[in-house]
Design a protein around this ligand. Structure first.
Ligand SMILES: [Cu+2]
Length: 165
């Protein structure tokens, strides 16, 4: 009788631990799925030596984005593939939610893009304006710059303005 009880208890413990593992795995994966939905994945194409690109990625992570870095010595093919218009390029090219994000675009503008979801290709901050995210200077000065929305036909229109005019 006591042997039977021990076997029963051990059996229950094994079943319980098996179930416990399954349950915790389930909760982990559903938590990951939930946080994935809340924090969009940014795929960033940059050269290995681009420091301001990395600082921009830090800025985006602080705003809640997850980032996957794709190192490449030549990001031009990526810019052509996603549709960055000639003359509107910058140092790095990111992809998020079906859009491209070219250069030092502030996280708030990317968040607005993903919320409003315009029928467009992406956002760009041409060049590398002083004071934009990842291009900060000790004085805190922000040169006025424009974030452009790039339409499907390759034309652009202002999406946001930053810096003091
Ligand atoms: Cu840069």
């Amino acid at each position: 009788m006591s042997r039977f009880l021990i076997a029963l208890v051990l059996g229950l413990a094994a079943a319980a631990s098996g179930c416990g593992v399954a349950t915790s795995t389930d909760s982990v994966s559903s938590t990951a799925a939930a946080s994935a939905a809340e924090s969009p994945l940014l795929v960033v194409h940059k050269s290995p030596t681009c420091g301001c690109c990395s600082l921009w990625v830090d800025h985006m992570k602080q705003a809640g984005f997850r980032a996957e870095i794709q190192l490449s010595d030549n990001v031009e093919p990526v810019k052509r593939r996603v549709g960055v218009p000639a003359g509107y390029g910058s140092c790095h090219t990111a992809e998020v939610g079906g859009y491209f994000v070219e250069g030092h675009v502030p996280a708030e503008d990317v968040q607005r893009l993903l919320k409003e979801r315009p029928d467009a290709l992406g956002l760009t901050v041409p060049g590398m304006p002083m004071g934009s995210p990842g291009m900060e200077v000790p004085s805190g000065e922000v040169r006025p710059y424009t974030v452009f929305l790039v339409h499907r036909d390759g034309t652009v229109s202002p999406f946001a303005e930053h810096g003091s005019r």
